[in-house]
Write a protein that binds this ligand. Structure first.
Ligand SMILES: [Zn+2]
Length: 601
């Protein structure tokens, strides 16, 4: 942890910020409902949790201007830079009751109060991951990781260990054995079937070109001596023509397609695994970008059982018309108190730039005659999304190419003309990756937010200009241009496709450099954000986009106790030595006053 800095007391212009016990109780009822109240039995007037001896950035000051200059009341000095604006936070019944100096927080100490002495660590409002696929993250985490495992025997031992704690008959999945390195000595099902006879096993190769299973898996998939090799695929066989346990290239699908969809119960486990990883990564809320019937049911069950450790903002997938119909009947869930809220629909308008599926206004620079695909041709159900918006749902629409973005803005314009009342639903275009110069202004005019991923810019920079050419690249990954046009910006990782480590995200946002600090001056650095904007993009702006900016996203008495503790100060480090942002780590994550993660525990 860092050396403690000199104390900066709350400026005189800002009165000591605290709440009376009665006001706390009232706010707890208003914001939290009765389900999540913690600290029952604690003495009235005393906090459940005090974080002290910290560098606290409350974000409880004015927004920076469009160029990123801090507001006049920000704890910032043009000469000396950023400084924290508090050193302690106290939380009672899930609600912040005090923000200020360490002595002031002492008044909230009671017999049951937990004191966390942070020894100079940094405290910011709880991180919000505003575009994630947590179910997928958890599913990946549940697979046995075989990357770097050297021998067939070691793989089988790992699978057998997993089988010992898994009900018989359940599929066991793993991934990462190296089908390239093992090509001359492909594994077989012999040892695997002998040691793991009662569970079907499927182990995907590192590159997806090889699959390895046991006898039971091949039986379940109906692959036998009489199965023909599919075109583009091969099933290695013994002298009698029987499969030996491996499928190659397109034959992998024969096995993969026989793996059943996870059950609701399994999906609940994936969600909990995914949320645990998110808590360890400092996040206090996730916005799940597209749920299907099963994952929606899993989320709802976890919520009703009080088992969601983080707040979840679920977007219903427009690719699930039945689920959308159900929500059209139910209507948007705008209860700010619940841990699971569903008031948003997620749709795809075009595909991705990497695959040249994103829809461009002119030909791809590296593929003349090709402009990608969008709209109905890409499965965008305009009528359904329009109905959802008309029924009060926020829409988040995936658009990447400049034509994809333009047509999506046209769509919003049409729908909002018909439903003017839906204008304040904080609709979003997610990615907003390549935007025509004339269209930035339209985001602001239509009140459509841009939900963007700092990691994508530094991951795509190597080939993006090949696709787009030198002109169009000017409107690509254009965070500063968005800000200059007054567009609401929100930052996230789109995990698990990109690394969700907040320090990677902040570093990319502030420097436009990758993890190897390349290129040294940043890629098109004129589009970079300031450290304050980057932090806001992952906190209070994320709260805004889920209609909770009056509940969470800043640290203020009466707001929720959603707090992230980190090893470094992103304001100071981000402005003085941004490369070292990558060295940061999460020390604790607090959701509604409950410590859901603590490093070293
Ligand atoms: Zn996504």
């Amino acid at each position: 942890m860092q050396q403690r800095e000199p104390v900066h007391h709350t400026p005189a212009s800002r009165p000591l910020r605290s709440l009376s016990p009665a006001a706390t109780a009232l706010l707890a009822t208003l914001f939290l409902g009765s389900l999540t109240l913690t600290g029952c039995g604690s003495d009235p007037g005393s906090a459940d949790l005090i974080l002290t001896n910290a560098q606290v950035y409350t974000l409880d000051w004015g927004e920076p201007d469009a160029e990123g200059n801090p507001a006049p009341d920000a704890p910032f000095d043009p000469v000396t830079g950023w400084r924290p604006d508090a050193e302690a936070v106290a939380v009672q019944d899930g609600v912040i009751v005090f923000v200020g100096d360490a002595e002031g927080a002492e008044a909230f100490r009671g017999r049951q109060t937990r004191i966390m002495d942070l020894e100079g660590a940094t405290v910011i409002p709880g991180l919000i991951e505003s575009h994630a696929h947590v179910v997928e993250l958890g599913a990946l985490a549940s697979r046995i990781d075989l990357v770097g495992v050297e021998t067939e025997e070691e793989v089988v031992s790992l699978v057998a260990a997993r089988a010992a704690e898994t009900p018989p008959g359940t599929w066991i999945l793993g991934a990462g054995w190296d089908e390239g390195a093992w090509a001359d000595r492909l594994p077989t099902w012999d040892l695997l079937s002998e040691r793991v006879p009662d569970h079907p096993v499927y182990l995907r190769g590192l590159y997806g070109f090889g699959g390895w299973g046991n006898r039971l898996a091949f039986e379940r998939a109906g692959i036998s001596a009489s199965t023909q090799d599919p075109s583009g695929g091969r099933i290695p066989r013994d002298a009698q023509g029987n499969p030996t346990g491996v499928v190659l290239d397109r034959a992998t699908l024969l096995l993969e397609d026989s793996i059943p969809e996870p059950s609701v119960q399994e999906t609940m486990t994936h969600i909990l695994d995914g949320l645990r990883i998110m808590a360890e990564s400092g996040y206090t809320a996730v916005h799940e970008a597209g749920t299907n019937q099963r994952s929606m049911e899993a989320f709802e069950r976890l919520e009703s059982e009080g088992r969601l450790p983080l707040r979840v903002y679920a977007m219903v997938s427009a690719r699930e018309p039945e689920l959308c119909q159900e929500w059209l009947l139910r209507g948007p869930d705008s209860d700010r108190a619940s841990m699971l809220r569903t008031r948003s629909v997620k749709a795809f308008y075009d595909a991705s730039l990497g695959s040249r599926g994103a829809r461009l206004l002119d030909d791809y620079s590296d593929m003349p005659g090709h402009r990608g695909v969008s709209g109905a041709a890409y499965g965008f159900d305009e009528e359904l999304v329009a109905r959802m918006i008309g029924a009060g749902f926020q829409a988040e629409i995936h658009a990447i190419g400049d034509a994809g973005n333009q047509e999506t803005l046209d769509f919003f314009e049409r729908v909002l003309r018909e439903h003017p009342e839906a204008r304040n639903l904080r609709h979003k275009i997610v990615h907003a990756q390549v935007v025509h110069p004339d269209d930035f202004r339209r985001f602001a005019d239509l009140d459509v937010a841009a939900s963007m991923q700092p990691p994508h810019a530094v991951e795509d920079m190597r080939w993006a200009q090949d696709r787009l050419g030198p002109e169009r690249i000017q409107g690509a990954y254009a965070w500063r241009t968005m800000r200059r046009h007054g567009v609401h910006l929100v930052l996230n990782s789109d995990l698990p496709g990109s690394d969700w480590n907040i320090f990677y995200g902040l570093h990319a946002a502030v420097t436009r450099r990758d993890k190897e600090l390349q290129p040294p001056g940043g890629w098109r650095p004129e589009e970079a954000l300031t450290p304050e904007e980057a932090v806001r993009g992952y906190t209070v702006w994320g709260a805004w986009v889920e209609f909770l900016e009056e509940v969470t996203g800043i640290l203020r008495p009466g707001w929720r106790g959603d707090i992230t503790v980190m090893s470094l100060d992103p304001f100071v480090v981000g402005s003085t030595d941004p490369g070292t942002l990558l060295d940061g780590s999460i020390l604790a994550t607090v959701v509604r006053g409950a410590v859901v993660y603590e490093a070293g525990r």
